[in-house]
Design a protein around this ligand. Structure first.
Ligand SMILES: [Zn+2]
Length: 250
């Protein structure tokens, strides 16, 4: 499967209406295509029906450069995104391409951003932080990792991308690895994986986590698994096996 095929498969899967992850032009996907480049969804395209020409190949460097510019405004961001296209006939990249560039430059192979009904219910509440507070069941740890990143509401585009770049660097300092999932308050989720297939697994598990958390909050107070359980699952041989099977390896 080519990177384009794999990314379109992810786009179509997360765009399926019954999943309630994204409607209309919501959400976007990206994947690294080799040194310093990515494929990212075009602005306004629909995940469920995106075709090859709805994916734009971009150079990361001009996008990352705008994050360091002293006084960049929306016009500068738009110009940088258009200039980053490898094919100048290609469509306009999504403004959230900034976020994708940050994550892929940090070492991820692919990313998937959606606005799930399940997670956004929690992320739009006064208890938003609880979504990143811990694991409720073992499989969540296997797929989402032990720690999640919680991001406050910021203007999508420059402000959000700048914050994410610093927050991811801090996360890597503390945990020695990239986050698998970032929860964006009043906005959505960002799955960070090695490839598009892993991004789908992360998105599905984050959606399930959010549904179970909502159910737990309706019944009483959620009971998170303790650190001893997390460490045990993280280090168990059969969990390593389960993770490899999920990745299509033996
Ligand atoms: Zn969004």
């Amino acid at each position: 499967m080519t990177t384009t095929e794999a990314l379109l498969a992810l786009s179509h899967a997360v765009g399926e209406p019954h999943r309630e992850l994204a409607i209309l032009g919501e959400g976007n996907v990206s994947a690294s295509t080799g040194t310093g480049r990515m494929l990212v969804k075009a602005s306004g395209s629909t995940l469920a029906t995106a075709g090859p020409d709805d994916l734009v190949e971009c150079e990361l460097a001009p996008i990352l450069a705008i994050l360091d510019a002293e006084a960049a405004d929306d016009d500068d961001v738009g110009a940088a995104l258009m200039a980053s296209r490898v094919d100048q006939e290609a469509k306009r990249p999504s403004v959230e391409a900034l976020l994708h560039a940050v994550v892929l430059a940090a070492g991820a192979g692919a990313a998937c951003h959606t606005h799930p009904v399940s997670a956004n219910g929690i992320l739009s509440s006064d208890r938003a932080a609880i979504i990143a507070a811990g694991a409720l069941f073992p499989d969540a740890i296997v797929v989402l990792g032990q720690h999640a990143l919680l991001v406050p509401y910021l203007d999508p585009g420059l402000a959000l991308a700048r914050h994410m770049r610093a927050a991811i660097a801090d996360f890597v300092d503390r945990h020695g690895t990239l986050p698998k999932i970032a929860y964006l308050q009043n906005h959505g989720i960002f799955a960070i994986g090695a490839d598009p297939a892993e991004c789908l697994r992360i998105t599905e598990m984050a959606d399930k986590h959010a549904r179970i958390l909502t159910a737990a909050l309706a019944v009483g107070e959620p009971v998170f698994l303790g650190d001893d359980v997390l460490d045990r699952i993280e280090n168990r041989a059969d969990e390593h096996h389960r993770r490899r099977v999920l990745q299509g390896k033996r």
